[in-house]
Design a protein around this ligand. Structure first.
Ligand code: ATP
Ligand code: MG
Length: 389
């Protein structure tokens, strides 16, 4: 019974809520704050729409202010994302034990009744998706120095998850909206370990999604092969986005420029990689470094996972401690369209066009009409569409 009591004991608080019937030893998750639903209601003014700062595949995110005055981002996992208290807390224990300067810190959670809520430290400068890669509503000046620092920080965070955390963690959803910036523009990767918080029977994790179309490695999208090298691929796409300041897909551009990877490859092959660098910088960047970053992006996005470097090698190359000139780079693997994996299974039409993997089949409406397709796939499609418009 004392275990039950501990589950809802908030750190530093004498008040407690009892969860009956759950017998969990929470002694090992003492570095996690356990909040009551009421705490979080107060922090977000009743989860008011005014405090809503985002909506992702896992649920809505609210900005909140805790009683101690600290600002937090409160992620309310959607109904479909709920799992048992035991499983939830087991994963929370793992996620909260991971700390690194380039990873968003999980401050705590709420597991009251049906609620599954994650509480993260609040990052002042939003995500790369809403600033650099987005519609440029942001006032942040992304100089070359800032971009370089962001790329290196994200590489550090990912190398840590891949190579230092035991057992290693594959992020599965490296993308611009999962890179948040603190007040000093230091990057922090968010949502690592989240895939494990979702019950495995939910198709959106095991099939489509813990990934987003333009960032998905071909082997992940087509065969659902998730490895550290599929994260490396997503990192490569993100790296090229940061250097170029544009999203991986932009349908408003002339056809030959719509896909960032194709564009990067063409420019690299013709010896003009520096042309990919954001024109916004007006030439104010280190050409040698920028070309090196482009080449690293291309090394990461090669079609064959085996040819992609590890994240620690990527980090060394970005830092100039490993010579990229010695590295041979092959054409990127690319998916031009992505269909939710369930419908892919039924109606997949895969073809090799000009040596590039092409998967272009099925419309969104068709996917949705199968009745088994999760709404997450649609949301992600929308997110990409929005960004390119
Ligand atoms: N710790 C945080 N601090 C500040 N803002 C955050 C934080 N976490 C999330 N956000 C904001 O909430 C938005 C939604 O985040 P969320 O992770 O739910 O969705 P997403 O990353 O856009 O998509 P997906 O669910 O597919 O990963 C983010 O884009 C970001 O703007
Ligand atoms: Mg996210």
């Amino acid at each position: 019974m004392s275990c039950c009591f501990q589950i809802f004991r908030r750190k530093g608080s004498s008040s407690a809520t009892l969860l009956t019937g759950i017998d969990i030893d929470v002694s090992e998750i003492q570095n996690v704050n356990i909040y009551t639903y009421k705490d979080l209601q107060i922090a977000t003014e009743g989860f008011s729409p005014a405090n809503k700062i985002g909506q992702g595949g896992f649920g809505a995110v609210y900005k909140g202010k805790l009683k101690n005055g600290s600002l937090v981002a409160i992620k309310v996992l959607s109904a479909e994302s709920k799992q048992g208290v035991r499983e939830f807390l087991t994963e929370i224990k793992v996620i909260s034990s991971i700390e690194h300067e380039n990873l968003v810190k999980l401050e705590g959670c709420c597991v009251e009744n049906n609620h599954r809520i994650l509480v993260y430290g609040y990052l002042e400068n939003n995500s790369l998706a809403q600033t650099l890669i987005g519609a440029r509503h942001s006032s942040i000046q992304f100089s070359w120095h800032v971009r370089r620092n962001i790329c290196i920080g994200v590489a550090r965070g990912l190398a840590f998850l891949h190579e230092e955390v035991r057992p290693h963690i594959i992020h599965r959803d490296i993308k611009a909206s999962n890179v948040l910036l603190d007040k000093d523009l230091q990057p922090k990767i968010s949502d690592f370990g989240l895939a494990k918080l979702i019950p495995p029977n939910l198709t959106h994790i095991s099939t489509r999604v813990a990934g987003t179309a333009g960032y998905l490695a071909p082997e992940y999208a087509i065969r659902n092969q998730v490895t550290r090298k599929s994260d490396v691929y997503s990192f490569g796409v993100l790296l090229l986005e940061i250097v170029s300041g544009r999203p991986n897909t932009n349908r408003r551009l002339p056809v030959e420029e719509q896909y960032l990877l194709t564009r990067a490859w063409d420019l690299y092959e013709s010896g003009e990689a520096e042309t990919l660098v954001d024109a916004f910088l007006d030439g104010d960047f280190n050409i040698e470094e920028a070309v090196r970053f482009c080449k690293v992006g291309l090394l990461c996005t090669q079609d064959s996972p085996q040819l992609r470097p590890s994240m620690s090698a990527v980090l060394d190359m970005l830092l100039g401690e490993k010579d990229v000139n010695k590295e041979n780079v092959t054409k990127p693997g690319m998916i031009f369209e992505f269909v939710e994996a369930k419908s892919v299974g039924k109606q997949k039409s895969k073809a090799e066009v000009d040596g590039t993997t092409l998967l272009a089949e099925g419309k969104q409406e068709e996917s949705s009409s199968s009745g088994t397709v999760s709404s997450f796939a649609t949301m992600t499609f929308t997110a990409i569409y929005d960004r390119s418009n």
